[in-house]
Design a protein around this ligand. Structure first.
Ligand code: MTE
Ligand code: MO
Length: 317
């Protein structure tokens, strides 16, 4: 299941394959061939399943990108958490097609000089798109490596000129029980809400993603626009965002509301702080056998550890 980019914010439909994408596809083919020689073709099949719609221009992966092997497109788009469609890993890819995403707008509200309902076409600026290959570590103990297409959240925040009272940013997911079948049940307190401290939100690593693998974001991955905060557990990376609110008080996220002992506001990946019901020391990279050690801040500590200087990360988990 995939969506073809049709609107400017999803990328331009072009007759000629743009250069960056062309190079990227060459890389897929080279990777696939390399794997074929060593491991017998299965990953190559997964790579071949990447659909054809594409972004017009994407900047090359920059310094924040990992060069680890990317999780195959097929896994990234069928093994998901998106409780709005059910709690099973395949529920999002089975049911997210029912979510309407066009037209879409994002309500910007709260402590900012510029607020209002902003059509997505205005909210995102295609010339800012870049590829960022990030690890994503789920609190449940698995991880993936995903080549996102997006732009730093801070570029957007600047345009709305938050006031000096804005200390946090709160994000909200679409609420549409008719089309999001999980929302007809009390799995969570809908709509899904997440939040970041302002310095986390404006950190250059923090991404708003509109695509992955050079394609418009599949609905199960949070189309048309979602957050990606790579040093935090996956649940902070809220999908299908309809509101961005600047606040003075720390937002109460959906997971904090549902189980405050288990899910904190910060949710920084931390092998030293176990979830109350399981350890966080190791993780399973989807597509691999066995487990690997989990790194503090999901391996992004050199860029983000300073944000938490002087804080007790056992208390602020
Ligand atoms: N609205 C919303 N956003 C969400 C979730 C969700 O259930 N609803 N799940 C989170 C969790 S727990 C994870 S691990 C990531 C998974 O992102 P992916 O499916 O694109 O890999 O999305 C996060 N964003
Ligand atoms: Mo997660």
């Amino acid at each position: 299941m995939f969506i073809r980019p049709q609107r400017p914010w999803q990328g331009r439909e072009q007759d000629v394959t743009p250069e960056p994408v062309y190079r990227q596809r060459r890389r897929f083919m080279r990777d696939a061939a390399g794997v074929l020689l060593t491991a017998g073709g299965l990953p190559a099949l997964a790579e071949a399943a990447i659909p054809e719609g594409r972004f017009g221009e994407i900047r090359e992966p920059g310094r924040f990108s990992t060069d680890e092997e990317r999780t195959p497109y097929g896994d990234v788009t069928t093994y998901n958490n998106f409780f709005e469609f059910g709690t099973g890993k395949s529920d999002p890819s089975d049911y997210a097609h029912q979510m309407p995403i066009d037209p879409w707008s994002v309500r910007v509200s709260g402590e900012a000089e510029r607020t209002g309902d902003i059509p997505l076409e205005e909210f995102v600026r295609p010339h800012d798109f870049e590829e960022r290959i990030y690890r994503l570590r789920c609190v449940e103990g698995w991880s993936m490596v995903i080549p996102w297409v997006g732009f730093p959240l801070r570029d957007v925040i600047q345009r709305f000129r938050p006031t000096s009272r804005a200390k946090y940013v709160q994000f909200t997911t679409l609420h549409d029980p008719e089309n999001m079948r999980g929302q007809r049940r009390d799995i969570l307190d809908w709509p899904y809400v997440e939040g970041l401290r302002m310095d986390e939100a404006t950190h250059p690593l923090t991404l708003l993603a509109v695509g992955l693998y050079g394609e418009a974001l599949p609905k199960q991955n949070g189309a048309p626009i979602r957050l990606v905060v790579p040093w935090k557990y996956g649940f902070k990376s809220i999908k299908s965002i309809v509101e961005m609110r600047f606040t003075e008080e720390q937002p109460t996220s959906t997971w904090m509301r549902s189980a405050p002992e288990e899910y904190g506001f910060y949710a920084n990946v931390n092998p030293e702080v176990p979830h109350p019901r399981w350890s966080q020391r190791r993780e399973r990279r989807i597509g691999e056998f066995g487990k690997r050690p989990t790194e503090k801040f999901n391996g992004y500590g050199e860029w983000v550890a300073d944000l938490y200087r002087g804080m007790d990360l056992e208390k602020h988990f």
